[in-house]
Every structure is written in C-alpha cells, then in structure tokens.
Design a protein around this ligand. Structure first.
Ligand SMILES: [Ca+2]
Ligand SMILES: [Ca+2]
Ligand SMILES: [Ca+2]
Length: 543
C-alpha cells in the first residue's frame, strides 16, 4: 500500500519527446498519476469494439480450416452450433473478468514493484524500450561520415544503457545485481505462462466445448453408419448407437493387432530403453495405487486427495530425474564436460524442479481441475475404470500379460477371457450409462473430455517449463556460471582478466566500455582521439 501511495505522489514527468506515450498513459490512467488494473480493464472493455471484428475474422478463418480438416461432412445444424458457440464465447470474452485474465499478466510485467499500480516511471521504462525497438527496425539512419556516425552510435548506446538500468536496477544503486536480473526474467516467464493458460482456455471454449463435440459426433455417427455397413462392419443398432454386441468381434481383432504392435515395438527397444520405461511405469503404478488407496467404497476420490497423490508421485519423479541428470552429465563429450560441470556447480535442476513442483498454488491445478470438470461429479472422481485401464495399459507395455501370445490375428474363434475383458473395458469407458451401446453424446463426453484435458495438460506443461527455466535460482545460477567463465572468455579476446564483468554490474563499467569502443562522450574529440590512437599504432617508430 505504501508503494502505491509513493507512486501516487511521484512527481516524475514523462519527457516531452515521448508525446504519444504521455497521451497513452493519461488515457489508461484516466488522468490519474497511476494506472490501475481496473482502470486498464475498463479502457480495454471500451476498446474491445474495435478489436473484436479483427479477432472474429481470425476465428472464422480457423473455423473454416478446422471444418475442412474434419473427415466428416458437417451438417447445417452443427455449423450453427459452432457459430453460436463462437458468438457466446466472444460475448463472454469482453467481460471485465475475462479480459483481466489477459491483462493481469501484462500489467504485472510493467508493475515491477508489485504495488498493484503502474506509475508514470514504470510505464515510461517499458514505453521507451518499445519506441526504441520500433525506431531501430526502420532503415538505419546512421550518418555516413565517421565522426557524426560515432556520435550517433554513442547516443544510441547510452540510450540502451539507460533503458536497461532504469528497467532492471530496481533499488537504484547504479548497479544491476544477479537477483535483479533473475527477478525480472522470472516476472516475464511467469506472465507468459499465465497468458498461455488464458489462451488455451479461450481456444478450448471456442472449439473444444461440449456443444461442438455433441454436434460433430452426431454428424460423425450418422455419416459412419451407412459407410461401415457397406463394408460389412455393421456395428450400429437401430437407434444409431454403436452396439457392443455387434462390434465385439471387431474389437477383439483390433485388440490382437494392437497387442502384436506393442510386442513388436517392445522388441525394437534396447534394454536401457526398456529399463527407463519400467522406471516410468513403476512411478505411474505407484500413483494409480496411491489414488486407489484413497477412494471410498464406490471408487471415488476427492480432488484434495488426488492432488496429494500427484504431489507424492512427483517426489519420485524428482529422484528419478537426479539419476538421469547425473547420467547425462557423465555421458557428455570430454570437451563439454568442463563447462557443464561449471554450470552444474551453480545450477541444481533437481532442486529447482522440486521447488516449482511444490510451489503453491500447485502448478498442475488447472489440469486436475479439467479432469474433475470433465470426468468427475462435483468434487468426486470415479477411479474404477481409470484404474483398470491404466493397469491394463501398463501390463501391455511391460509384457505382464499371460494370455495366449501365440494366438494369431486371424484366429478369432477363441477370444481368451483377458482379451474379452480388455475390449469390454475399453467399450465401457465410452458407454457411460452401461447399456451396451455408445450414443453420440456418450462418445462426445469422453472424446471431448480427453481433448479438453489434453489442452489443459499442454498449457500446464508450458507454464511449468517457463517457471522452471525462468526460476530465479536457475537464472542466478547461469549468471554465476557465466561470471565464473568470464575471465577465461575475455582472456581469449586478448583482454586482461580484470576486464571481465563482475556482479553487481556497475553502470560505470559499461560507460567505460562504450567510451573505449566509441570514444569519449564529447563528440568529435572522441573520433579524433581514436584517429590519433590508430595513427600512433601504425606509427611504429613514433616519429
Ligand atoms: Ca508499481
Ligand atoms: Ca541495483
Ligand atoms: Ca450407453
């Protein structure tokens, strides 16, 4: 709060030269000394009118491409469901709550002191960089003559230096510490992760929502029924649903083929690969068993319990990772060993992994939420069929099956009980009400649920890696390693080791470098002294 008050009272004025930026600030702040998230949201709501048509055009384009990619003719009914969904999503997207999901991460990048307000100073730091980048993308305007050219480069270098220090030197001691860099990088990584979550959520609402899956699968069933019938695979009942009785023989055949493929795949794996599959499987098994141990009499688990199990199995993942990491390091070519050891002396990936995984709020929460939302009832998720399917998949992959390996694909006369169980189990996954038939709605619920969970897992993975690579410990470690190697690097450039940069990086250090490279700060004199140096260099005998 004190920070926000200080920002309210800050007398800083955006320099006259940045007129358009000044105007943008007053617009976003509504004439106040600071910009608030609510104020920015209000402004964005007002401006949405001009952005929405563009966004709609983009979505229309994706829709057309998507419809072309679907191998089933889409009916007019389904198309109107899709259009309706898009319209609804857009109406929701311009509400303040929805807009804030996108604006808040961006707001937090600029609000570097986390005061909850953007001061003129904070705004200026970013706006100035944006202006500089935009200008330097234009045609180079460097004068041809050497002296003014150097002068111009000096001005630019000074501008970059000022920009970087204004942005990163948050405690204003004219030096940039490792912590200041690490905090800023993490700020950006965190914001990008949040944006990724928001984007995937929006795309899911637009294209992967239940109404769209219902409509498309209804079309798919209608389309597939006569086609399959024509090829002799009549698996539909009179209601147009997929009947278990009718498709059991086909499922059994497919299952045998799948088993053969898995077996063949296993035979191409090296013992080391098989061992690492086993490590992974054991971990999964532990998690499934852990979850199963927390279910009630009807096989339900609560969200809190499932998260606890997930966290527990992540610990195993961390210790596995430690082993793998050591193996990777020792497997590096000798030339890379030195730098790798250097870096690993400063960066401990396993510890950072563990920190990100155990941080609150739980990084995988959006994914767990998606599972409960799509497959659970309220706070309960039934684990029965999930456990069975997971166990079955693991048995298949680890060759733990005891049913006729010798059975050939075309021998469909004797389906062993285990084969039968598997096909029944897979069918049962989709047959929600267990009436022996899969309706389009039932298929849509499961397939759509998988698609939505998968999208969520994808966004969780992106934000996880951003949190990991942008973790302050990770960045600080890399900077320390770079600092440690710097004397060697400047040595290769023919400079003395004392010229190597050291943290905290002093502003005067960089000013020294600029002066050395581009001459001193007093225009033509700098070029003159450089010419003189050059002359002296060539004039070996000093006459
Ligand atoms: Ca602030
Ligand atoms: Ca500082
Ligand atoms: Ca059913």
């Amino acid at each position: 709060m004190a920070l926000a008050t200080a920002e309210m009272e800050d007398e800083f004025v955006i320099p006259q030269k940045f007129g358009p930026q000044m105007m943008m600030f007053s617009m976003a702040s509504g004439g106040q000394p600071v910009i608030t998230l609510d104020g920015l949201t209000k402004l964005a709501c007002g401006m949405a009118g001009s952005v929405i048509p563009m966004a709609k055009g983009m979505v229309e384009q994706y829709k057309t491409q998507g419809l072309e990619a679907v191998p089933v003719p889409i009916s007019a009914e389904a198309k109107s469901v899709i259009d309706d969904t898009i319209a609804k999503t857009f109406a929701k997207a311009v509400t303040p709550a929805a807009l804030q999901k996108f604006l808040e991460p961006l707001f937090n990048i600029i609000d570097v002191n986390d005061s909850g307000t953007i001061s003129k100073r904070e705004f200026f730091h970013v706006a100035r960089i944006a202006t500089f980048v935009a200008e330097s993308q234009g045609p180079a305007r460097l004068p041809a003559a050497l002296a003014p050219r150097l002068q111009s480069l000096r001005v630019q270098a000074k501008e970059v230096l000022d920009m970087v220090f204004d942005l990163l030197d948050t405690n204003h001691d004219a030096a940039i510490s490792k912590a200041e860099i690490a905090t800023y990088i993490h700020r950006i990584a965190h914001a990008v992760g949040k944006l990724a979550l928001a984007v995937v959520e929006l795309v899911t609402e637009l294209f992967l929502n239940e109404a769209v899956f219902d409509a498309v699968l209804l079309d798919a069933f209608k389309f597939a029924a006569p086609q399959l019938k024509a090829t002799g695979a009549d698996v539909f009942d009179d209601n147009g649903d997929v009947s278990y009785a009718k498709c059991a023989p086909f499922l059994a055949m497919a299952e045998v083929k799948a088993m053969q493929l898995v077996k063949a795949g296993r035979e191409t794996q090296s013992p080391a690969q098989l061992a690492s599959i086993k490590v992974y499987m054991d971990m999964e098994k532990k998690m499934i068993e852990g979850a199963a141990s927390k279910t009630d009499a009807s096989g339900n688990i609560s969200k809190a319990d499932l998260i606890a199990v997930q966290k527990e199995s992540l610990k195993t993942a961390c210790s596995n990772m430690k082993q793998q990491f050591t193996a990777i390091l020792s497997g590096l070519p000798p030339a890379a060993q030195g730098p790798a050891m250097m870096v690993s002396g400063f960066v401990n990936p396993t510890a950072i992994f563990e920190k990100v995984m155990t941080a609150e709020p739980f990084y995988a929460l959006p994914f767990t939420d998606a599972i409960f939302k799509n497959f659970g009832t309220g706070d309960k998720l039934n684990m029965t069929s999930l456990t069975l399917v997971a166990k079955m998949a693991m048995d298949m992959l680890t060759n733990n099956t005891n049913d006729g390996e010798s059975k050939s694909a075309d021998d469909d006369s004797a389906v062993s009980p285990t084969h039968l169980d598997r096909t029944k189990l897979l069918f049962g996954l989709l047959d929600g009400n267990a009436d022996g038939a899969i309706s389009p709605k039932e298929a849509a619920r499961v397939l759509g649920g998988f698609a939505r969970c998968w999208a969520s897992a994808f966004s969780v993975l992106i934000s996880f890696y951003l949190e990991f690579l942008g973790h302050p410990d990770f960045v600080t470690g890399l900077l320390s390693a770079a600092e440690g190697m710097a004397p060697m690097a400047v040595g290769m450039l023919g400079l003395s080791a004392s010229d190597a940069p050291k943290f905290p990086l002093q502003k005067s250090f960089f000013e020294g470098i600029i002066a050395k490279m581009l001459g001193s700060n007093t225009g033509v004199k700098g070029a003159d002294s450089m010419k003189k140096e050059l002359f002296n260099y060539c004039d070996v005998d000093g006459d």
